[in-house]
Design a protein around this ligand. Structure first.
Ligand SMILES: [Zn+2]
Ligand SMILES: [Zn+2]
Length: 433
């Protein structure tokens, strides 16, 4: 087993403890970007904080030439608390942020990062499996309530027929949530419920699907499940990030992921564990684990071909008894820098180095501040919405039947309006029947 040290790694401190932890991680076969040993002693003080090797969201500035990548979902469609399904956040030193896939369960991870939601308005979907876009409704609706008062922008591939494309899926999502949105209109700022859907040809090879503010995102075909899956590359400021989403090893990834600073490719759990842990038949485990998805040995072969600075494997349940199998099998075919991703792993990328850490997050987060003021709901919102959706006006709001069931609690609610009016110094009128 060899570890290349050609990727310079900045380690935050010269702390011997951290050096030891890194060393132990290597011995245990766990992934670690660093191959350096810290030899300088850190000057200690009983009253001063020591440099930390943990990422605490909302405590670090991003340098103008820096990219930060955070794993917000590294798991599978079989849901679990420890790992949400596929989702990676890319933050750039120019202020732009991009989500690549938004698998089920990832919305909670994103909220733990305490990022204002207007900055989280761009999602690039690799394919339409629930473990890659299942959280889109949560971002769309929950994100709007958490301060994204501008449209959510979605990019995704076409299918072989229009019904199987991203535009059809987003259209169906809006139909599915019609009751939800209809009930919110007139009560909250409606601007965040607009969707901007950008569907592109899944067959496009290295086609530019986004080009704004010095950031170019390209798509190329992936081979997964049926036609209509893609991978993406993002290039900015001389740095290149590649998101494979799900794919069988393919010539497009080999070609267009070349020279990536960070290349993320799926890597499924080893076939014996698919049988033993997931209960698949051997026939099915072989098909799913080697033909639909990428086996660890094949992941290693891809990464040896692509020669990126750092290879990141995701899409397996990373447990004490599955990780060694994945790692050993990758190392049969790849000996370069490698991370086995889990949720809240963080990579800071510059031309000089890649620093890998774990984030420690708050569970009890609230909406971060919005970047522009919310507007108060207007009485016209409902009428406008009904017209836009072609709904009869009387379908919005309560019928006389439901109103007849209300119990009169005006006597306790009116004082709440009075209290609020006094606090803000203007009249907030109590809604009359
Ligand atoms: Zn998939
Ligand atoms: Zn998947």
């Amino acid at each position: 087993m060899r570890f290349r040290s050609k990727t310079p790694t900045r380690i935050a401190t010269g702390s011997l403890a951290i050096g030891l932890v890194a060393g132990l991680a290597l011995v245990a076969g766990a992934p670690c970007v660093s191959t350096a040993y810290a030899e300088e002693a850190t000057e200690l003080s009983p009253t001063k904080a020591r440099p930390r090797d943990t990422y605490y969201p909302n405590t670090e500035d991003l340098a103008p030439d820096e990219m930060r990548v955070i794993a917000c979902g590294t798991g599978m469609p079989t849901t679990r608390m420890k790992q949400a399904a596929a989702c990676f956040l890319v933050e750039l030193g120019n202020g732009d942020k991009f989500l690549f896939d938004a698998g089920s369960g990832s919305a909670e991870r994103i909220s733990a990062l305490q990022i204002p939601y207007n900055y989280l308005d761009k999602i690039f979907v690799g394919h339409l499996h629930s473990d890659h876009f299942g959280a889109v409704p949560e971002y769309w609706i929950g994100g709007a309530l958490m301060g994204r008062n501008q449209p959510l922008r979605i990019w995704g591939p076409s299918g072989r027929i229009p019904e199987l494309g991203t535009a059809a899926a987003m259209d169906a999502m809006q139909k599915m949530f019609l009751w939800d949105i209809t009930g919110r209109v007139g009560n909250v700022d409606p601007r965040g419920y607009k969707l901007e859907v950008n569907e592109f040809d899944y067959k496009g090879e290295n086609q530019v699907v986004y080009d704004e503010n010095g950031v170019v995102i390209r798509s190329f075909p992936a081979i997964h499940s049926i036609d209509g899956a893609v991978s993406y590359s993002l290039e900015w400021n001389g740095l290149k990030f590649v998101w494979g989403s799900d794919t069988f090893p393919n010539q497009w990834f080999n070609k267009y992921a070349k020279d990536a600073d960070i290349a993320i490719h799926e890597c499924f759990i080893a076939v014996p564990d698919i049988v033993n842990k997931l209960g698949f038949t051997p026939e099915s485990a072989l098909l799913v684990g080697t033909q639909i998805h990428t086996a660890p040995e094949a992941f290693g072969k891809v990464m040896s071909e692509v020669k990126q600075r750092l290879a990141i494997a995701y899409h397996f349940f990373k447990d004490f008894d599955t990780t060694a199998q994945v790692y050993k099998r990758i190392r049969k075919t790849y000996d370069g820098p490698l991370s086995l991703a889990e949720d809240f792993m963080v990579w800071n990328v510059t031309k000089d180095g890649i620093r890998e850490r774990m984030a420690v997050v708050e569970e009890s987060t609230w909406s971060p501040p919005t970047t522009r003021p919310n507007v108060a709901p207007s009485k016209d919102d409902r009428a406008k919405f009904a017209e836009m959706k072609g709904l009869p006006a009387e379908a919005i709001g309560y019928s006389d039947f439901i109103v007849s069931g209300k119990w009169n609690v005006d006597d306790v609610l009116r004082p709440i309006y009075q209290e609020a009016s006094e606090a803000v110094g203007r009249e907030l009128p109590y809604p009359e029947k």
